[in-house]
Design a protein. Structure first.
Length: 56
């Protein structure tokens, strides 16, 4: 299990700084989560203004 960022992402960047393991980076048109690093903590979902990070 890991979080993924869906297409609602507006690339605000707020989640990147909140991730304790730096699993989030800017991708092509939206931010992306490295599933191999994600701890499922939910911090990114907590700060996202549009609810784009969701659990797979
Ligand atoms: Fe990072 Fe936690 Fe979001 Fe996974 S759920 S990407 S560990 S902030
Ligand atoms: Fe995208 Fe939400 Fe992260 Fe902002 S906080 S970059 S809208 S996933």
């Amino acid at each position: 299990m890991a979080y993924i960022i869906n297409d609602d992402c507006i690339s605000c960047g707020a989640c990147e700084a909140e991730c304790p393991v730096s699993a989030i980076s800017e991708g092509d048109g939206k931010y992306v989560i490295n599933a191999d690093e994600c701890l499922d903590c939910g911090a990114c979902a907590g700060v996202c203004p549009v609810g784009a990070p969701v659990q797979e």
